[in-house]
Ligand binder design. Structure first.
Ligand SMILES: [Fe+2]
Length: 249
């Protein structure tokens, strides 16, 4: 049966951005949801975002690095100080039930012939960042499905497997933000970030995949940045978490 998937990730506890995405998806005929992880971290509404993804969207979810570091109380030496401070804050502001749910999230997940991962398939729990074709080529060694969706860098992009490795496509070059998945090809698609974009565009990012037309559409939506910033500041989170939302980095 054909489905229209809304695929989103790196929500980062930004309920203002998530609400706008969910409303937009309803108007675009989305029937099912998929989440590429990092539901919590950086911003002030982790419980609200967990409940939305888990209970309302009922999305299959993979674990993001912020979800993992909140859930497992790992050493935060590798984190930026502001990110680490937000992880510590989040640990104190979600319920035991929500913490258990974060701990239940898998590193990778198959969904209807697709694969989900937060970072890369070669070492999902090493949280490697893919910023170029060479790094994407390493990932493709381990991608077995035609489509794999991910996040982590907060930058929307499509990597396509080639005979010599991988090549990237900038979604801003797609007419109407949309491209067609071709048979026999493999794609590794970064859906961008709902709650903290880092491509210089502060609008929330997510993707719609229509299994009937085989089209992937990249969507960007303005949202109430001032509201999210006010929540962050009222919560006492680091100023960097609020400030970066208006510049998209
Ligand atoms: Fe993230």
């Amino acid at each position: 049966m054909a489905k229209v998937y809304g695929i989103l990730g790196d929500i980062h506890a930004n309920i203002d951005a998530l609400s706008v995405v969910v409303d937009d998806a309803a108007s675009q005929g989305v029937t099912d949801w998929i989440c590429t992880g990092d539901i919590v971290g950086y911003n002030a509404c982790p419980s609200e975002c967990i409940r939305a993804v888990r209970d309302v969207l009922k999305a299959p979810v993979v674990c993001g690095n912020h979800d993992y570091y909140v859930a497992y109380e790992q050493n935060l030496a590798d984190f930026h100080p502001a990110a680490a401070q937000a992880v510590l804050w989040t640990r104190e502001h979600i319920s035991a039930d929500e913490m258990d749910w974060l701990r239940s999230l898998p590193m990778t997940k198959p969904v209807m012939g697709m694969t989900l991962v937060h970072a890369t398939m070669d070492m999902p729990d090493h949280w490697g960042y893919i910023f170029d074709d060479l790094q994407a080529a390493s990932h493709f060694v381990y991608q077995k499905t035609p489509l794999c969706f991910h996040g982590h860098t907060h930058v929307p992009v499509v990597y396509e497997k080639t005979a010599f490795g991988a090549m990237h496509h900038d979604p801003r070059q797609f007419e109407g933000g949309e491209f067609r998945v071709l048979p026999g090809r493999q794609y590794f698609i970064n859906v961008g970030s709902v709650g903290q974009p880092r491509d210089g565009d502060p609008r929330a990012s997510y993707v719609i995949f229509d299994t009937a037309s085989r089209t992937v559409r990249f969507c960007r939506l303005p949202h109430d940045v001032a509201s999210a910033q006010a929540r962050d500041r009222a919560a006492g989170l680091p100023e960097r978490c609020a400030a970066r939302l208006e510049v998209g980095n």
